[in-house]
Design a protein around this ligand. Structure first.
Ligand SMILES: C[S@@+](CC[C@H](N)C(=O)[O-])C[C@H]1O[C@@H](n2cnc3c(N)ncnc32)[C@H](O)[C@@H]1O
Length: 307
């Protein structure tokens, strides 16, 4: 098949087929889906409605070709469209903030289910939840949107990510309090007032071992911010800080949920068990069956030392 001429009015199916081939040749993991999403984006339609369109008008075709070229250069799809879907939300994303991932949706799902099932009544008017390393706000905003009455706090240390976080809080209108803070340092006064009063801490911290720098895909290594990715030699540097801070914030019986690398299925739970203050420590897989997140409950007075 001859490639469609740039800017000309062409059958949509033909353009999508050519773009799919171009993206596949560039090593894009889901070339057809990405080509369709970019076509839908330039047409201002949902992807399912592409079926109703026969042709890509000239100006849209030019825009489509440019975006396909950028995607072939391995810019993340979500940077090109400016939006990342996460659970029930569409979040603004772009350079400077981590693109939320589908595996984190299951982490949030577990946290919401566990909070709903908690036998001990949470504080009135709703549970106090803290998202450490909040990035775009995917976790914090989902908790605020899905748990009625939740008082949600989002903690983020990177100025660029904080800009995206504040933008998403504003645009969704969901009640999330933003804290500019480093989770490895002493909590600022705005967080210190929550010590011992939090029902749920969730975190998706940077957790890739430094050695992975050579092997990550360009969408990750070039376009996700370094501060969102690297967790030191074993990948657990920030996870340790998150667990320490969570232990200060949670009330007895409060829940901790921390996402981790697929190689941390044993070491992340071991970290909680070694601390001695966590009960019911367990590790959980993502939908692909890879070890993905660890959970624990802060011991109540009189409970055994180890979970
Ligand atoms: C993997 S991203 C996760 C973002 C978001 N929670 C999500 O799931 O999409 C990790 C985030 O932690 C932030 N971060 C890294 N180190 C931090 C620290 N010491 N204190 C606070 N935030 C930090 C990064 O800037 C980044 O936004």
């Amino acid at each position: 098949m001859n490639p469609p001429v740039a800017g000309s009015r062409t059958a949509l199916a033909e353009r999508i087929a050519a773009a799919t081939a171009q993206l596949a040749a560039a090593g894009v993991a889901s070339p057809r889906a990405d080509a369709e999403q970019l076509a839908a984006f330039v047409l201002g339609l949902g992807r399912a409605r592409l079926l109703l369109v026969d042709e890509l008008p000239g100006p849209a075709a030019v825009r489509f070709d440019t975006l396909v070229r950028r995607r072939a250069d391995r810019e993340p799809l979500q940077h090109l469209t400016g939006v990342a879907g996460f659970r029930y939300l569409d979040l603004a994303v772009g350079p400077g903030v981590f693109v939320p991932r589908p595996e984190t949706e299951s982490v949030v799902g577990w946290a919401i289910d566990a909070l709903r099932a908690a036998t001990v009544a949470t504080t009135a008017p709703g549970p106090v939840c803290v998202d450490l390393c909040a990035g775009s706000g995917a976790i914090a905003l989902s908790l605020a949107g899905e748990i009625p009455g939740a008082q949600v706090h989002a903690v983020e240390g990177d100025p660029a990510a904080l800009g995206w976080l504040r933008r998403n809080v504003r645009s969704t209108g969901l009640p999330v309090e933003v804290h500019a803070a480093d989770v490895t340092a002493a909590p600022p006064s705005s967080l210190a007032r929550l010590e011992g009063a939090v029902d749920l801490v969730v975190s998706n911290p940077p957790y890739l071992p430094d050695a992975d720098r050579a092997t990550v895909e360009p969408e990750v290594g070039v376009h996700d911010p370094a501060a969102a990715l690297w967790g030191g030699p074993d990948g657990l540097q920030i996870v340790r800080a998150v667990v320490r801070l969570a232990a200060r914030l949670l009330r007895p019986g409060g829940l901790l949920v921390v996402e981790h690398a697929d190689g941390h299925g044993a070491s992340a739970p071991a970290l909680l068990r070694a601390d001695g203050r966590w009960q019911d420590v367990a590790d959980h897989p993502d939908l692909g069956g890879r070890d993905r997140f660890v959970t624990g409950r802060m011991a109540r007075p009189g409970e055994g030392e180890h979970g």
